[in-house]
Design a protein around this ligand. Structure first.
Ligand SMILES: [Zn+2]
Ligand SMILES: [Zn+2]
Ligand SMILES: [Zn+2]
Length: 117
């Protein structure tokens, strides 16, 4: 599986990738931007309409027509809007905070902060 973003062409492994049902892969954040700009959820490469995107850790807030739409049930919407964002779960191995969780904000889509990814 290649991890080149079909939008920006970058291979940055510290960016969360999302693969659409047409099997094209993009950075999650590039995809959100692209859907926002196009005002639809068509794959930027093949134009196949995609499903709504799943919420991922640390993504600030769900966007209408991207993370939910008129087909989303009230229960689902509730879950999406109250998505529980986790902090970095890296256990510090040195210094006075040894054994504690890092607890910093995570990189979007991951459960680690940028220094522990
Ligand atoms: Zn990208
Ligand atoms: Zn596609
Ligand atoms: Zn961390």
């Amino acid at each position: 599986m290649d991890n080149i973003c079909g939008i920006c062409g970058d291979t940055d492994s510290k960016k969360y990738m999302h693969t659409l049902n047409c099997s094209h892969s993009f950075h999650y954040e590039c995809l959100v931007q692209s859907f926002k700009y196009a005002n639809n959820r068509n794959c930027p490469i093949c134009r196949k309409p995609s499903d709504i995107l799943p919420m991922v850790n640390s993504y600030k807030k769900p966007i209408n027509l991207i993370h939910y739409d008129y087909t989303t049930s009230i229960d689902e919407l509730d879950k999406i809007k109250n998505f529980e964002h986790k902090k970095c779960d890296h256990i510090i191995t040195r210094g006075k905070n040894k054994g504690k969780l890092c607890d910093k904000r995570c990189v979007v889509g991951f459960y680690k902060c940028s220094s522990h990814l």
